[in-house]
Design a binder for this molecule. Structure first.
Ligand code: G6Q
Length: 551
């Protein structure tokens, strides 16, 4: 088994004196209401807030923590060797032990003059070489210099990929929509359900469509199926031979052999490396659609934002370190308050897909029950992560957050300056996010409800306990750089939590399982395989499918 010199013995987590200290602190402080915490400490809002890079402000004073809680959590982070783990990641050590890989998404946004070594080789020049090629290609598509097979310019870019090769680019396109060219439309096909491909291409002209096939492995069932369908659609639409593929397909992959075998010239391939995990890859060549949409300069701004947060994470003392604080607050909620979930609620319509993106980042990274040494963890790990933009959610699921029986910690994300300054919309948006966080924290007592004139029988229904924790992330404006900072914030938060839980945040064996399971059933559905041998339930469902399809 590969050794990782910085890994702390995972079994020790709940036996650590720092953990025990947190347990007794929890027993003493668990029933204190946020109302009392604010009343007894006039400086609480300032003490439990921190300003990060470029005005990114984190107010966690509405979390059920005190300065002492934070000190104890910080001591736990130290005991888990967080400093050494961060340094090991940035040094390019192979901290992804189960895949024997370095974890270097931070190298994707390192400046040109930086040096980061993997197996003695500096990876930074390679990163910039690919960025430069992407830039030239993006410019050619944006300017119309790149022509399709019939000589027309490209008007639709379709990214074909799934999971880490889809969620990041799709999210970033929405998030940065205000900065995108409107000359080209961008679409994302991921699902193996043909509906996805059919609906995304129904109004497209093949002569003006470019497919970016994004797949780290270039073997993923969904992506290869969609890519093959796209090739057939293109050739049929153009009545052309396979030479047309070169003008309408590019690939983003680490697997040049498979890319060639598909028929894409490797001159039209943009590479990345095994030290970039799928869910950490949106700022690699996987972001080619993003770069075409916002231009090389916009993409570079996004990378600078990522890098700014990387540097903040790397050098800022933990007590003022945004990702560390967010991670520790999350540990407090999950492992001590026992919350099973985290709602991420951006008050910005452009961040419509942000929670889906985070869902993968957090749940695929830290949804693990095996510790680094192979033992089973005896503590909770990743909560389920979900959400959608406010104010929409307020008219749907917030009821449960306010008055349900479970504790649902929330991350609110808000930007002060609107990107579409129309009327008073922005003030209304901000008033809502502030009001929600306030109501969750302070609630409304029975006395307050009765004082408003509610009859006694109705008052309990209108009463709010409050004491429901939330963090507010407030930034000046949603820009490419701000998006980079925000994503890096969550990436590093995930890493800190994985370090404390003693798990590998960078493998995904659960995903690998899904990639092979269906393979066995495919021929059984078509009736070409010998009699299926499954459990009785699966057997009955296969039979039913075959009958319905007349097989
Ligand atoms: C991400 C995961 C997973 C992966 C997809 C697509 O971290 O590994 O979501 O990105 O399964 O894989 P390919 O890029 O290899 O097609």
């Amino acid at each position: 088994m590969p050794t990782d010199t910085t890994a702390v013995a995972p079994q020790s987590l709940t036996a650590l004196p720092q953990w025990k200290a947190l347990e007794s602190h929890f027993e003493q402080s668990r029933s204190v209401h946020l109302r009392e915490m604010f009343k007894s400490d006039a400086k609480r809002a300032q003490t439990l807030s921190v300003e990060g890079p470029s005005g990114m402000f984190l107010d966690y004073s509405k979390q059920r923590v005190t300065a002492q809680t934070m000190q104890l959590l910080l001591a736990l982070a130290e005991a888990r060797g967080l400093r050494a783990r961060i340094d090991a990641m940035f040094r390019g050590e192979k901290i992804n032990v189960t895949e024997e890989r370095a974890v270097l998404h931070v190298a994707l946004r390192a400046p040109r003059d930086a040096h980061i070594l993997v197996d003695g080789v500096d990876v930074v020049p390679g990163v910039h070489e690919v960025l430069d090629r992407m830039g030239a290609f993006a410019d050619a598509i944006r300017s119309g210099a790149w022509k399709g097979h019939t000589g027309k310019r490209i008007r639709t870019v379709i990214n074909i990929g799934i999971g880490g090769s889809d969620l990041g680019p799709a999210m970033a396109y929405d998030a940065l929509c205000a900065y995108t060219t409107r000359e080209i439309s961008f679409r994302f096909v991921s699902n193996v359900d043909a509906t996805d491909f059919a609906e995304k291409t129904r109004d497209c002209d093949p002569a003006q469509t470019l497919f970016i096939v994004c797949s780290k492995t270039f073997t993923t069932l969904e992506t290869m199926t969609n890519a093959n369908t796209a090739r057939e659609w293109l050739l049929k639409g153009l009545g052309a031979d396979s030479a047309a593929v070169a003008k309408h397909f590019v690939a983003v992959s680490t697997n040049a052999k498979k890319v060639s075998a598909f028929g894409i010239d490797t001159a039209n391939m943009f590479g990345f490396w095994d030290w970039v995990g799928g869910r950490y890859s949106m700022d690699s060549a996987i972001g080619l659609s993003t770069m075409i949409a916002v231009g090389p300069t916009g993409f570079q701004e996004m990378l600078s934002g990522f890098h700014e947060m990387d540097e903040h994470f790397r050098i800022t003392p933990f007590a003022k370190n945004l990702p560390v604080i967010m991670a520790l607050v999350g540990i407090w909620n999950s492992n001590f308050f026992g919350s099973q979930t985290l709602a991420v609620l951006p008050y910005d319509q452009y961040l419509d897909r942000f929670s889906s993106y985070l869902q993968q980042l957090e749940m695929e990274s830290n949804g693990k029950h095996v510790a680094l040494d192979g033992s089973r963890v005896t503590w909770e790990t990743c909560p389920s992560v979900w959400g959608q933009p406010g104010t929409n959610g307020q008219h749907a699921f917030y009821q449960m957050i306010h008055q349900g029986t479970r504790l649902v910690p929330c991350d609110f994300i808000a930007f002060c300056e609107p990107l579409n300054p129309i009327g008073i919309h922005q003030d209304l948006l901000m008033a809502n996010v502030l009001a929600q966080a306030e109501a969750l924290a302070f609630g409304k007592t029975l006395q307050e409800v009765e004082a408003e004139g509610s009859p006694a029988w109705l008052a309990p229904h209108r009463q709010f306990d409050g004491n429901r924790p939330s963090t507010m992330i407030m930034a000046p404006r949603l820009t490419p750089a701000a998006l980079g900072r925000l994503i890096a914030l969550y990436e590093h938060k995930v890493f800190v939590q994985g370090t404390i839980w003693g798990i590998n945040s960078f493998d995904q064996w659960g995903v690998e399982l899904g990639k092979v399971l269906a393979q066995r059933i495919i021929p059984e559905l078509s009736g070409t395989a010998p009699t299926p041998a499954h459990d009785a339930s699966t057997q009955q469902l296969i039979a039913r499918y075959r009958t319905t399809r007349g097989r």
